[in-house]
Design a protein around this ligand. Sequence first.
Ligand code: SAH
Length: 350
Amino acid sequence: MGENKPNIRQLSLEELTAFFTAKGEKSFRAKQVYEWLWKKNARNFDEMTNLSKDLRAFLGDNFSIPHIEIKQFQRSTDGTIKNAVTLIDSLIVESVLIPTEKRTTACVSSQVGCSLDCKFCATALLKNMRNLTPDEIVDQVIEADLQSKKYYHHPLSNIVFMGMGEPLLNFENVMTAIDKITSDKALGMAARRITISTSGIPKRIKEMADRNLKIGLAVSLHSAIDEIRTQIMPVNKRQGGLKELLKALQYWHQKTKSRITFEYLVFKGINDDDKSIKALVDFAKKVPSKVNLIEYNPIDDSDTFQQADKKVIEKYQKMLDNAGIVSTIRNSRGSDIDAACGQLANKLEK
Ligand code: SAH
């Protein structure tokens, strides 16, 4: 960290190959280095033992291998782990590791802070804002895998882009990170174990559909009535409202044949009425989907947002069920350490 030499992990395999051939080295050297960086997780050039000493020294003179660092580690009573990680320029993001009986899911951040301003989300309150680089995203996955092996005794199985930031507003970097996570030459994880969660950026949803990545798509819907959705998620209006979102989701389904997951919070006095329920059912019927009714995690002491009564959530579930739409009620994990959805706001920064 803190070195000014170019970060070698920001080069693609092609760029690395071009670099080596320009230096008169064999192109397979690039593959070897790439493997050290992305498969074997080397943290310095001296570890690259199948390269000559001279070549290692040469690389060390020209490049650095920065890595994110875990600055703070917290473990919840339910086993959930939250990491505050220091990025290459010392800004901080959070990532979470959620164990269940059969799998471990890493919840990774894609941006420092977030530009969206969703009224119920703690990340919106942060002032610092920048996109994460692909290697900063992949590093969170690498650390999560190491932690999963250490604390839960099996490798990481799933990845969700549900940490800080809007992944589709850091589109190219997130796509490059996913390529590294899934490529055989790098981490080699299955694409279907990755889910992107988005507030809904129609243009990017369509672009992603065209790339046919085989990843899952989750959309933070929270209301299927434009007026209400815009009130709690101003991005709704900026992105053309529910109409444009629906078109993009139908396009996604047409291309990928996969079902969309709607994430949905039910707030007292905001979307806990019959009209809201009916709107959700009608919306969800228009594209193959299922609904995750998420528990609200309070982000401050104000009472603007309160979790709706249990019987309202049950009513939601019943109406969805009657319409043939699968829904689940998702309980929060890790809320005792502020690791739950919407609570990521790096307290260390404040
Ligand atoms: N920007 C992306 C991913 C980050 S948010 C998105 O909007 O999907 C991850 C999920 O947590 C989203 O579904 C979001 O709506 C939800 N969330 C935000 N604040 C929350 C809170 N206080 N309680 C519960 N879920 C929350």
